[in-house]
Design a protein around this ligand. Sequence first.
Ligand code: TYD
Length: 134
Amino acid sequence: MTFNEAEIIQLPKNFDRRGNLSVIEQNNHIPFKIERTYWIYDVPGGEVRGGHAYRNNQEFIVALSGSFEVLMDDGKSKKLFSLNRSYYGLYVPKGVWRQMQNFSTNSVALVLASTKFDLSDYIYDYKSFKENPQ
Ligand code: TYD
């Protein structure tokens, strides 16, 4: 499997009448070591999160509960991914503009990140991103 581009990755799932279980191992199911984990929740209807790119950070996004969309843009084309199962995740390479939108009520977005939080890694200006794709 190549991880050069954004893609949906199916995670192991252990279906059980007692309840289901899925798992993520760093450098195995996802192509990076996890330095940070954060989650986005209690998103009011219609709100948009993200809306930026990272110079170096890679991410893996899972809809642990509910559903939402991730709009990705590499500066040339855009692609919309829908996440609505907790055993699928979206790999987001570095240098890609990404926006999270259409959160369902009570949805939870789990984000695994390859770097520690660093504001200088963010690209917030879409115009300069388009002019200088990473
Ligand atoms: P931001 O990355 O801009 O959120 P989103 O991409 O969803 O719009 O982060 C929002 C705020 O949270 C910002 O003030 C920085 C802070 N933050 C941290 O302190 N640590 C983190 O790991 C992240 C992702 C954000």
